[in-house]
Design a protein around this ligand. Structure first.
Ligand SMILES: Cc1cc2nc3c(=O)[nH]c(=O)nc-3n(C[C@H](O)[C@H](O)[C@H](O)COP(=O)(O)OP(=O)(O)OC[C@H]3O[C@@H](n4cnc5c(N)ncnc54)[C@H](O)[C@@H]3O)c2cc1C
Length: 509
């Protein structure tokens, strides 16, 4: 009896959904008229669409008063994103749900945003005020396949969950370095992992994507099927559809050796030399990686500096660590640990509850360039009026030659035989009335840095999507030829330019 009623319930929901799609497809015929488009912009229309969605996705649509809605909004990395209040949030349970949602919202001309882990610092990249938020966090299954040689990762999983699921099998994947970052955005925007020297960006080693395209095809894309889209997805951060899950190779690994070493400011010059040394060693030691960060904390009114190093080959330090250990330091957490423990350790230093502004640059990887940027960032920092809890942080990460040579993505980050330096600059503040001030300060710093780097002939065109500001355009850095190729691919999967109309918060080709 219970089975029958469950069956009846499911089939009635299915029939209703098909009906919804049919009715809405008819409505879409109207969508081109101006009056209709105007009507669709009003909040009421989105609210009505939400109520319809609720009928067709019972228990999966959440409204501002719902606890689950509030929880999801509070989990955005950037407070500005969490403050965008969509009239409802839809939690798809599977690819079919996403497919239906894309089709029905498209037919009603309702805008939407999709979020995996919600860790973008770009306001409106994964949330929306006047549309529906498609929250992919329930698509978080991790499944080992191909005799444990590969794993399907649900896009809504966080990296700590991925590592925890694989740990009992003595496996890891080339994934995120920070616990709470989501699989979806991280991989589709590139993905800088501790295994980058061996396998390139995480997207480079992806084996297959399951995706709902803008024209609502449900596809499995890989090196044989839809090869064009397989390439286009690697680095385009959602511009070619909503990815449901990603198949990646597994790596046998039970422990890494790594951790943070903290220094005082006077050692910055030698620390930069050490980082350059590390970047050059990559050719002989593919397993060791590291980055250097420095930043201001208004709370302690001090500039802090640290390096985070990881050797993925074994639970022992690699020779490259010695240079960093020889520099007089304040503290060190270097030890044997699992990749999950490292991701959780780094995660703890990344605090929730702040307003954010972030941008990225790519430069030559030499100590002179690092010192130049360090000096300019310090000057900008000294001239900034921070609130009590506010912070500013800069991270220098070498893009090594083996990393750049392993690329099979849309980027045009050149592998010319010398390492590059990936720079990210972030400001965190609490007071909403200071949004304009800090956003302006961040843009001013970007202008100062780019001007100085250009003069020094040290600036590169590559803009890493996962660290980019709204006002940067990662597609601009990939060159004319690749852009033309992407435009042609877009024509095949989004001929009517649906995505540009319906997904306003992302970068479009
Ligand atoms: C604390 C912290 C640590 C970080 N560490 C690293 C790091 O070690 N290495 C690194 O490379 N980056 C790192 N990043 C950057 C991070 O990878 C990006 O911000 C990434 O886009 C976040 O992915 P998400 O799914 O959590 O974010 P979301 O905000 O959910 O999504 C980000 C973007 O991706 C798109 N997107 C998300 N899911 C999908 C999907 N399923 N299909 C299509 N498009 C989708 C969204 O539309 C949005 O535009 C870090 C960021 C933070 C805040």
């Amino acid at each position: 009896m219970a089975t029958k009623s469950a069956y009846t319930y499911q089939s009635s929901v299915l029939t209703s959904r098909l009906w919804l799609v049919l009715v809405l497809s008819t409505l879409s015929l109207l969508a081109s008229t101006e009056d209709y488009q105007q009507l669709m912009k009003s909040e009421d229309v989105v609210e009505r669409a939400c109520i319809k969605l609720q009928q067709f996705f019972p228990g999966q649509v959440f409204f501002p008063d719902d606890t689950l809605y509030k929880h999801a909004q509070s989990r955005y990395w950037s407070t500005q994103q969490g403050e965008l209040q969509p009239p409802c949030r839809l939690l798809p349970k599977n690819a079919q749900d996403v497919h239906t949602a894309v089709l029905s919202l498209g037919a009603q001309n309702i805008s939407f945003a999709f979020a995996s882990g919600g860790h973008s610092s770009v306001t409106s990249a994964s949330n929306i005020a006047d549309g529906v938020a498609i929250d992919l966090s329930s698509l978080s299954d991790i499944e080992l396949v191909d005799d444990n040689n590969a794993a399907w990762l649900g896009v809504g999983a966080h990296w700590a969950d991925v590592y925890a699921a694989l740990e009992p099998s003595g496996l890891v994947v080339s994934g995120g370095r920070v616990a709470d970052v989501g699989v979806g955005g991280y991989v589709l925007g590139g993905g800088f992992s501790w295994f980058a020297n061996q396998y390139g960006w995480t997207c480079d080693s992806a084996i297959e994507f399951e995706v709902i395209t803008p024209d609502a095809q449900h596809l499995h894309v890989n090196v044989d099927d839809h090869k064009d889209l397989f390439w286009a997805l690697k680095g385009s951060l959602g511009a070619f559809g909503v990815v449901i899950r990603i198949k990646v190779p597994t790596i046998r690994n039970r422990a890494v050796y790594g951790g943070a070493i903290s220094y005082s400011q006077e050692h910055m010059p030698v620390l930069f030399d050490a980082l350059v040394g590390l970047s050059k060693r990559a050719k002989d030691d593919l397993h060791t990686q590291g980055y250097v960060s420095f930043g201001w904390s208004e709370k302690v009114r001090a500039m802090g500096t640290s390096a985070y190093l990881v050797n993925t080959r074994s639970g022992e330090p690699s020779a490259a660590f010695h240079t960093f250990q020889q520099i007089p330091h304040i503290g060190s957490s270097l030890r044997e640990m699992s990749l999950r423990e490292s991701a959780e350790e780094i995660g703890k230093s990344n605090l929730y509850g702040f307003r954010r502004s972030k941008f990225t640059l790519t430069t030559n990887c030499d100590a002179h360039t690092m010192q130049l940027m360090h000096r300019l960032c310090r000057q900008a920092n000294d001239a900034t009026q921070f609130g009590e809890e506010d912070m500013m942080g800069v991270t220098f990460q070498p893009l090594t030659v083996p990393h750049l040579q392993a690329q099979s993505n849309i980027f045009n980050a050149p592998a010319e035989g010398s390492p590059l330096l990936l720079v990210s600059v972030e400001v965190w503040w609490s007071d909403a009335s200071q949004d304009h001030y800090f956003e302006q300060r961040t843009q001013d710093l970007h202008s100062v840095l780019t001007a100085a780097l250009r003069r020094a002939n040290a600036l590169r065109a590559f803009v890493y999507p996962n660290y980019a500001a709204r006002w940067q355009n990662p597609f601009e850095g990939i060159g004319v030829e690749r852009t033309q190729k992407l435009v042609a691919i877009k024509q095949r999967y989004d001929a009517k330019d649906i995505w540009r109309r319906l997904v306003p918060g992302i970068w479009h080709v």
